[in-house]
Write a protein that binds this ligand. Structure first.
Ligand code: ARG
Ligand code: ZN
Length: 863
């Protein structure tokens, strides 16, 4: 018994950044020969290996869940040692050809890492360490190889055979089999390898690069889905043109293919010349995809395409450098999306996402710098910190250097490191050299975790016509980093005259030390402070501005993001006071919303964002002890008052933004958004006709945005229209997996008190499955961010989530581990909830046979 406990508790080892050593062996050439089948696939791998440096170490190859059939070195049988996940082969000279034959079982691969089956299609996912589940190789990003790939498969079942690079040959064989061969001229790390075999059809197009080369484009999907790839194709071509224009980056192969599959652990993957996507980020048409889905498709298509330079041409030396490619590429896709529509609304959405996912991570037990120091399982580090905070760090460089020097910096970076596996330091150095700026202190953004807090206080000397702004920063302690150094924080600030509304000052301040004082002249009248405009730094600002000042800014600031931010702060202050048991006046919020709603100069898309209350979870994040019920009550009360007091305005906005026919354009999107937000407030007012209005919108909609919007409102109500809409939606879309996900998600996000029970029942629904990550995220992931439902006082939400994590872990550890952080927030809750959450984490950690993915997240969450 004791032995078993010790064995179960023996923790998996940490990988440490400081332990990086260059590879002992390089693999300049790889030839792979696949005999493909769902139940059984054989892989013959021919590796040309070369000793790297002066040492006598044997060749070590990674391999996981592989059945080794044979191995030769330079054509002869050779000695080897195969232990755990490593194959050790002694090599006499400095170069050799090592050939292995292995067998794998794609259909039995439920982890969706390596070669697996999704809806009858064979596909791969190798980042970060999936290649070792296909064949033996030094599976690390600093080993770059030229790949030749041959695939043989049954022609009826797998008529299409795709791999990286260019197709070089194909032919038919006896017994209904056929083959195809692809060569990729660009040396790449194994994580960028991909192949696809399946019964697929393509939306084909082409793109002429600025130097006049023609690229054949293909988006491959299942028969019947081609029409739903038009938007993705338009986004791909727009991305290719944008990267040429904005970053001077041209595509480098004659072929670019994208394949969509239904079972995928995350969004998509940038494999060289053959991106593989979660189908939810490819398929879109008005009947099945919302405007937000359309935006997400374009954003992810752009993101993966942009990786061709920021990730593939220049890759990462080791996985601690992950943000080098992900932070930079997210920044690039954010810029691209901002250029396609409203930049202000895009910035609001990006900041909202950062605050919803990254801020909690940065203040919790899993906090880590954008360049972590250690990990147990690298899959756990594909986080909001690496991606979204990483993008904010790049954005700060852009702000500090300005667009021209920033571009000079990226040119220098691509130039210097093309074909290499680089580090975050290489990127900063290129920025430093091209920008002629010392970034020594800025590097702390790479090494220190935690969201800095900036306190701002403004004093005014009317007689001297002068204002003093005092800024002080504090970076909170995070696990392993009790004491922090101050960070350089670029803050865009402005002062507005309270009386005149004039802008009295507008500048970029770089707060470098603990504290700094700024003197602003020419300030004759009482100034109102606008700070962190455009969200120039990923920090929390405490500026102690009055409700009147915030209302003033929400109406008068000329920076749309700052206007939104002022309104949010006003709402937040009101909600926090109410949740803490006070009875704050709702009037300032109501008046500010009224001002915004009646300002005809504003873009409806912006208005819709500005009048929305902060989420319950975000209000909770501001409180020392989160009280989910009190927050819910406070927020519903403010919503109801806004609904009632401004009912006439909501009703006129609702009718003013009706459309005759669906159109996909920024103004039409803005109108749809404001219309559904208005309907939400009409429902919040308690108006008796609200359920009928919502049902009418649901029934008459000619697009998913309006339909899902109406359903999202009805799902919170007790009206009979609720059940009718849910069942109509189910009947109409039960055969469409992506839309059925919405049906699960909308119910898991309901604010009704019975949501925890409804979610438990949905987990038993015939259409629920643990095997599909999208379905799991739709139900369980959505539920875990529904603050009121998940934190129901009796702890049933915690138990449900822990049960799900343990069940999923047996199939797909990576996806199971993503569900753990919701339980890790126990320190923020009352003792009773905290004990219950901890109890579930302890139950998880004590489970035998736990994956290292879940072990890492759960054990760190308890520490
Ligand atoms: N590189 C991919 C992307 O961001 C994501 C890969 C995620 N891999 C993982 N193990 N979670 O575009
Ligand atoms: Zn990426």
């Amino acid at each position: 018994m004791l032995d078993i406990q010790i064995a179960a508790a023996a923790p998996p080892p940490f990988v440490r950044r400081e332990e990086y050593r260059p590879p002992e062996w390089l693999v300049p050439e790889i030839a792979l020969d696949f005999d493909l089948g769902a139940e059984r696939t054989q892989v013959r791998a021919t590796l040309t290996v070369a000793r790297n440096g002066d040492h006598a170490a044997p060749l070590k190859l990674d391999g996981e869940a592989l059945k080794l059939i044979s191995l030769t070195v330079d054509g002869a049988e050779a000695d080897y040692n195969h232990e755990a996940d490593e194959l050790t082969v002694p090599i006499a000279g400095d170069r050799a050809v090592v050939e292995t034959l292995v067998e794998i079982a794609p259909a039995a691969n439920t982890q969706l890492m390596g070669l697996y089956e999704s809806g009858g299609i064979l596909c791969t996912q190798c980042e970060a360490e999936g290649f070792r589940r296909i064949t033996f190789l030094p599976d690390r990003p600093d080993v770059l190889s030229r790949y030749r790939v041959k695939m043989t498969a049954d022609k009826a079942r797998y008529p299409v055979l795709l791999a990286n690079g260019d197709p070089v040959g194909a032919g038919d064989l006896a017994d209904g089999r056929h083959w195809a061969e692809w060569h990729d001229p660009f040396p790449k790390p194994s994580y960028l390898f991909a192949l696809v075999a399946g019964d697929l059809v393509a939306n084909r197009d082409s793109f002429a690069t600025r130097s006049g080369k023609t690229v054949d484009l293909g988006i491959w999907v299942r028969d019947g889905d081609v029409e739903r790839t038009r938007h993705a194709m338009a986004a791909l071509k727009a991305s290719m043109a944008w990267d040429e224009k904005v970053y001077g980056r041209e595509y480098d192969l004659a072929v670019f293919n994208i394949v969509a599959v239904a079972d995928f652990n995350f969004g998509a993957m940038e494999n060289k010349g053959l991106n593989i996507f979660n189908s939810r980020y490819i398929l879109a048409d008005p009947d099945t995809a919302t405007d937000a889905d359309y935006d997400a498709v374009a954003g992810v298509v752009a993101h993966e395409y942009f990786h061709n330079w920021s990730g593939n041409r220049v890759t990462c030396r080791d996985w601690f450098q992950l943000s080098l490619k992900e932070g930079f590429t997210v920044f690039r896709d954010q810029q691209f999306s901002a250029d396609q529509g409203s930049a202000a609304v895009k910035r609001i959405e990006d900041v909202r996402a950062l605050r919803a996912a990254q801020f909690p991570e940065d203040s919790g037990p899993l906090a880590h710098p954008i360049r972590p120091e250690s990990y147990i399982e690298i899959s756990n580090f594909y986080t909001a910190t690496i991606y979204n905070k990483g993008a904010e760090v790049i954005r700060m460089l852009h702000t500090i250097l300005g667009p021209e020097k920033f571009r000079a910096g990226t040119d220098l970076y691509f130039d210097r490191h093309d074909g290499e596996a680089a580090t975050c330091e290489d990127f900063v150095k290129a920025m430093e050299d091209a920008g002629g700026t010392d970034l020594a202190l800025f590097r702390r953004w790479y090494s220190q975790a935690g969201t800095p807090r900036v306190r701002a206080s403004l004093t005014h000397d009317a007689g001297a016509g002068r204002a003093h702004l005092t800024l002080a920063q504090q970076v909170p302690p995070t696990p392993g980093q009790p004491v922090k150094q101050p960070m350089p924080i670029p803050l865009k600030i402005a002062l507005f005259g309270e009386r005149s509304g004039d802008k009295l000052a507008d500048r970029l301040v770089l707060l470098e030390g603990d504290e700094q004082e700024i003197v602003l002249d020419g300030v004759g009248e009482r100034p109102v402070l606008s700070i962190n405009r455009d969200f120039s730094a990923p920090v929390v600002v405490e500026a102690e501005r009055s409700a009147a000042d915030l209302a003033f800014l929400s109406a008068n600031d000329d920076n749309p993001f700052a206007r939104y931010e002022a309104m949010q702060q006003l709402m937040l202050d009101t909600l926090i006071a109410a949740a803490a048991g006070q009875t704050p006046d709702h009037r300032p919020v109501i008046e500010a919303v009224e001002q915004t709603l009646t300002n005809t100069d504003l873009d409806p898309a912006f208005v819709a964002e500005a009048v929305l209350l902060p989420s319950e979870a975000f209000v909770g994040d501001q409180m020392l002890v989160v009280d989910p019920e009190a927050i819910h009550r406070a927020r519903e009360a403010l919503r109801a008052d806004l609904g009632t007091e401004l009912e006439g305005l909501w009703r006129s906005a609702y009718s003013a933004h009706a459309a005759n026919r669906f159109e996909y354009s920024p103004p039409a999107k803005g109108a749809r958004r404001l219309r559904t937000v208005s309907l939400g407030y009409i429902a919040a007012s308690g108006a008796s006709d609200a359920p009928q209005m919502a049902k009418r919108q649901f029934d008459n909609a000619d697009n998913m945005t309006d339909r899902q919007g109406a359903l999202g409102i009805l799902v919170n109500s007790d009206a009979p229209e609720r059940a009718a809409a849910l069942s109509a939606f189910y009947d109409r879309y039960r055969a469409d997996g992506l839309v059925l996900d919405k049906w699960f998600a909308v119910q898991a996000l309901s604010t009704r008190p019975d949501t925890p029970d409804a979610v438990a029942a949905l987990a038993e629904h015939v259409d629920f499955t643990l095997a599909n990550p999208n379905r799991l995220r739709a139900l369980v992931g959505s539920f875990s961010v529904n603050q009121r439902a998940f934190h129901r006082a009796n702890g049933q939400g915690y138990r449900f989530l822990a049960d799900m994590i343990l069940s999923v872990d047996k199939l797909n550890p990576q996806t199971a581990a993503k569900l753990v952080p919701a339980l890790g927030r126990w320190r923020r809750f009352d003792e009773d909830r905290a004990e219950k959450m901890k109890g579930e984490l302890q139950r998880i950690v004590a489970t035998l046979g736990l994956s290292k993915d879940v072990f890492e997240q759960a054990s760190k969450s308890l520490a």
